[in-house]
Design a protein around this ligand. Structure first.
Ligand code: SAH
Length: 346
């Protein structure tokens, strides 16, 4: 078990009072502080021991890539055990930045179109390792005065299945909400649709009201099972039933669930699939469909051609389904959805 910073402090100073732990959380988010030495509210001996034994940052930069339009950056970071993860910084429509974080090293879900899926799962990331991806980009931006400075959104769409690392993801959400000015509607957790975990968050008083995106990719059960081995007969019914309770709990007119839908030529983009998707969206109610162009990952798939993708979108709109097409960013630096894979991690 890897310890978080707070747990390391507790192990080192067993008599430490609770409010000190809060100070530690606050300290690492403090703009301008770059190490334990700056944390003036800790005693000098505590600071000195922390400097020796507790890393200020749990991730170390290996490389950072910059897209030609300077609107997407990808960093390869090293975490404990010499393992590598990736995180992406993207300019958003508000001319601010969205950070895409990884929640696991690799992924066990093995979606057939996703590069991360080919890695298998090495381990979960700790909440520090997830939070520190955001802190990494914050400090990156301070060194780049040529770029906008504000990180306004965080999406859990990097490597890994966030709900398979529930406790650390929940802790990360709490830390971000408490110590940054990023609000819950600017944070999106994207999941393959782990029903037991989706059920859990509904009855969990500590789960914050962040946005959820479900990687649907097909509303036809057979197709979904073929492209997503984590799917099974009855999944779509379970998801629809869950969504009903989700809307009851998070009762807000503006609240919706996003369905992500990667457009795979002749696999999930036929008129039959469009019909199934529109009907499923109608059944679930407040959904927004995000059509994602397939980013090449070396798998057997191809992106749907322009016309076909447009027809698909038009059909959804004609059925009054709220659907948009996501623009691809960062494909020149392999930072686009599904392209995050780190070689040499075993
Ligand atoms: N495990 C989470 C996060 C995955 S990444 C999840 O399944 O939601 C975020 C999105 O990118 C998911 O919807 C995922 O299915 C999608 N994606 C994966 N591979 C892709 C590819 N090659 N092209 C486009 N999108 C892809």
């Amino acid at each position: 078990m890897l310890l978080t910073r707070k747990q390391q402090f507790q192990a080192l100073f067993p008599d430490m009072q609770k409010f000190r732990l809060k100070q530690i959380d606050e300290a690492v988010f403090h703009a301008g502080w770059t190490g334990w030495n700056d944390v003036s509210n800790l005693s000098l001996p505590m600071r000195e021991q922390a400097i020796k034994e507790i890393p200020w940052m749990s991730v170390k930069e290996v490389f950072t890539f910059e897209s030609k339009h300077k609107d997407t950056f990808k960093a390869v970071l090293e975490v404990e055990g010499s393992k590598r993860i990736e995180t992406v910084l993207m300019r958003n429509a508000r001319e601010q930045w969205t950070v895409c974080v990884s929640s696991q090293i690799g992924c066990a879900m093995r979606c057939t179109f996703c590069a991360t899926g080919t890695m298998g799962l090495t381990r979960n990331l700790t909440s520090d390792e997830i939070v520190d991806q955001v802190r990494f980009w914050n400090s990156f931006l301070t060194k780049r005065p040529d770029l906008a400075q504000r990180i306004s959104n965080v999406v859990f769409m990097g490597m890994g299945e966030p709900l398979a690392n529930y406790d650390s993801v929940r802790e990360t959400l709490q830390l971000l909400l408490k110590h940054t000015d990023i609000g819950p509607t600017r944070i999106t957790v994207s999941t393959v649709g782990l029903i037991p975990m989706l059920e859990k968050l509904l009855i969990d008083p500590e789960w914050p009201p962040v946005r959820l995106a479900v990687s649907l990719h097909s509303a036809d059960s057979e197709t979904r099972k073929t492209i997503m081995p984590s799917s099974y007969d009855g999944f779509l019914d379970k998801l629809a039933e869950w969504a009903e309770r989700y809307f009851e709990k998070f009762d807000s007119k503006r609240r919706h669930i996003t369905f992500e839908y990667v457009m795979l030529a002749n696999v999930n983009d036929t008129p039959m699939h469009a019909k199934a998707l529109a009907s499923f969206a109608e059944r679930v109610g407040k959904v927004r469909i995000n059509l994602i162009p397939y980013n090449f990952t070396g798998s057997e798939y191809f992106n749907s051609e322009g016309d076909k993708a447009d027809e698909f979108l038009e059909y959804l709109k004609s059925r009054n389904v709220d659907a948009t097409k996501r623009r691809t960013m960062g494909d020149d630096i392999a930072a686009a959805c599904g392209q995050l894979v780190v070689e040499g991690n075993t």
